[in-house]
Design a protein around this ligand. Structure first.
Ligand code: TXA
Ligand code: MG
Length: 326
């Protein structure tokens, strides 16, 4: 792996794209200070130019190198959760190129905890701009095979470190204005963020990034993280009733459940705890999407705080696939 990391850092320095593992999902990286290299990310993902990228930083990088007017709450969050699955949106330093921020005055920053990501960042010695390594609007990759399946030879190199630990994307907190706002729920719970800042959990905003005031977070658009096959969320009892009613048609329906296994031709049973569920979710959705089915039915998950990020991704996957009835 050491030789691979050195080679990947050299590719980045040459302006190429490198896909790499993080503890959340795999990222598609480019030199954050080189606009021509960053442009390749937008081209490969088919991502609209006004959707900003997260800059991943080497361990020990002062926030002031990439942001200005850094508030004390940002320092507290960085101390509590970095390296780790948290992205901070701060007012940007002048040296951050427009293409990285989608022309906004803010920049998303994160120090990931994955040892391979940290080794790559240390070898490269500067910020790596990286969105999730999937086409725009699609399901984020949680292993190297997902990246290769989606991009083939378009990406110069894919560093393979097996499945991602968390399996859903980082929590994003906007600290560029007055009060901190949760733009995207993720691997770090709202209550833990609030506790680290000495705030009540409901002070972080209730939208989870869905409100019209966060138009620049593509992960917050209703249709995102979506399979191509129509996906519907159903409560357990309703899912079972519809399956019985489907008769022989059930062979054309993929099921993703968590409470009890369902015996059906195309069924994925995920763990009944939110961490285990998140870890397996995207691989299950990709597999269901690839199965010879017309529909994906997903058992809805509990309406409790630990499931917030999973509920958010499932709601977007359903919205993005455009399915409204069984
Ligand atoms: O876990 C993750 O965050 C993964 C890994 C690779 O780090 N990355 C990821 O990147 O999910 P991406 O581009 O798929 O999602 C990043 C989100 C986007 O919704 C983007 O709009 C938001 O971060 N973002 C980045 N910079 C921002 C900014 N300045 N203001 C608001 N949102 C920003
Ligand atoms: Mg993404």
């Amino acid at each position: 792996m050491d030789a691979d990391i050195a080679a990947a850092a050299a590719r980045l320095a040459a302006g190429d794209l490198v896909a790499f593992p993080t503890e959340t999902v795999y990222g598609l990286g480019a030199d954050a200070l080189c606009p021509a290299a960053v442009a390749k990310i937008f081209a490969a993902k088919h991502r609209p130019a006004d959707h900003p990228l997260i800059v991943h930083l080497p361990l020990g990088t002062p926030l002031q190198d990439w942001a200005r007017d850094v508030p004390p709450a940002a320092i507290r969050l960085a101390d509590a959760f970095w390296p780790g699955p948290l992205t901070l949106v701060l007012r940007r330093h002048v040296r951050v190129p427009d293409i990285v921020t989608g022309g906004q005055d803010t920049v998303g920053l994160r120090i990931p905890s994955h040892p391979v990501a940290l080794a790559l960042l240390a070898a490269f010695g500067s910020g790596i701009a990286a969105p999730s390594a999937n086409r725009y609007g699609r399901i984020s990759p949680t292993c190297a095979e997902h990246v290769r399946a989606e991009f083939g030879t378009e990406v110069a190199m894919v560093l393979d470190a097996g499945p991602s630990r968390y399996g859903i994307e980082s929590t994003i907190v906007d600290l560029s204005g007055g009060m901190p706002r949760l733009l995207r729920p993720g691997a770090i719970a709202r209550s833990d963020l609030a506790a680290a800042m000495g705030l009540a959990a409901d002070c972080l905003g209730g939208s989870g990034g869905r409100g019209p005031d966060h138009p620049r977070v593509p992960g917050s658009l209703p249709g995102h993280y979506a399979p191509r096959t129509p996906l519907l969320l159903l409560a357990r009892a309703s899912l079972q009733a519809h399956l019985i009613a489907a008769g022989p048609e059930r062979d054309r329906i993929a099921i993703v459940c968590w409470s009890e296994p369902i015996s059906s031709g195309w069924a994925w049973h995920l763990p009944d705890d939110p961490e285990g569920y998140a870890h397996g979710l995207y691989a299950a959705l990709r597999a269901a999407d690839a199965a010879p089915v017309d529909r994906i039915w997903v058992e809805s998950v509990p309406d409790t705080p630990p499931w917030e990020a999973v509920r958010d991704r499932l709601a977007r996957a359903a919205a993005g696939s455009g399915s409204t009835s069984p």
